[in-house]
Design a protein around this ligand. Structure first.
Ligand code: ADP
Ligand code: MG
Length: 290
């Protein structure tokens, strides 16, 4: 055996030892195969280093994403790739893909996804959350009912400010299902405190089956609804989906007609410039409940 042949096992042992010390389990696992490819001259030394490091980095990145998805409560993973835009022709695909570039997160804007049930609002909201997590942003997903329950509990336990501080620090907060359930008494005030604390500090994605004109009913208080919309429409992107339910696509013919065609919800009220004060408009755009 020549000198080099004796050196390599010793060097390899030292590399293994170092990879353990550096807590690089994936690189350690991949080492033998990389060395074999190197010996067979399939890859260069530089490529070997590159592969070793990127194996470890990929593992770390995947586990970071997994943890962030769990912490952010994004349990059912939906992706933009898994969204069939051809099913929802009213939706501007390029607009959604632009949102996925996450400029709105950096600009602390509010994205409203509006539309009847089953049109993909939650799917898109989750998909945007997943994109933001992949980009390293802090994200939290909840329904409005869950959010209000958390805030009410924190208030009862005299730690509301702490909970609000948690929400303030997030780069992106997704609040799903505004309008499906009536807001509990006091809920509007709590939501207002949350919105005020994040105003111009962090981005939000909100989904709703109700038009803005109905928020007075949703929150049981037109004054709170106006104050909420004042902030939530200031730096806002409103996306209206006007289509039929993806959930019911195979059973459309079984649905009663009033359900099939009730779908289209009314256009949002005009964006306020300058920001409106005082009482909200009467339910000009109200429509039979969805
Ligand atoms: P919404 O929140 O508007 O009620 P969801 O986003 O929950 O609707 O969509 C209902 C179900 O249909 C989900 O499983 C979602 O992934 C799926 N879905 C909705 N729209 C589409 C679409 N255009 N392409 C693929 N899946 C869709
Ligand atoms: Mg939904």
């Amino acid at each position: 055996m020549n000198a080099l042949g004796e050196l390599i096992p010793a060097t390899l042992d030292r590399i293994r030892h170092d990879l353990v010390g550096l807590k690089m389990p994936r690189a350690l696992e991949a080492l033998d195969q990389i060395v074999r490819r190197l010996e067979h001259a399939e890859i260069s030394a530089l490529e070997a280093i590159d592969i070793l490091l990127s194996e470890e980095l990929t593992l770390r990145e995947n586990s970071r994403i997994k943890t962030a998805l769990r912490m952010g409560r994004l349990s059912t993973i939906k992706t933009l790739a898994g969204f069939d835009f051809s099913f929802q022709p009213s939706l501007d695909r390029d607009r959604i893909l632009t949102l996925a570039q996450l400029g709105f997160v950096d600009r602390h804007e509010v994205v409203h996804l509006l539309g009847p049930p089953g049109t993909g609002k939650s799917h898109l909201a989750i998909a945007l959350g997943v994109e933001a997590i992949k980009a390293g942003k802090s994200v939290y997903f909840c329904t409005l009912a869950e959010l209000l329950a958390q805030l009410a509990r924190a208030e009862r336990e005299e730690r509301l400010l702490k909970r609000l501080a948690f929400f303030r620090r997030l780069a992106l907060l997704v609040v799903d299902e505004i309008g499906y359930l009536p807001v509990v008494p006091g809920g509007g005030n709590l939501f207002f405190q949350l919105v005020a604390t994040r105003y111009e500090r962090g981005a939000m994605v909100l989904t709703s089956n109700r038009s803005f004109a109905e928020w007075g009913d949703v929150f049981g208080d037109p004054v709170v609804a106006t104050a909420l919309l004042d902030r939530l429409l200031h730096h806002a992107i409103v996306i209206q989906i006007e289509g039929s339910s993806y959930r019911l696509r195979q059973h459309a013919e079984l649905m009663p007609e009033h359900v099939r065609f009730k779908a289209i919800i009314n256009p949002p009220i005009a964006m306020p410039t300058p920001r409106p004060r005082g009482r909200p408009p009467k339910n000009r755009y109200a429509h039979p409940g969805t």
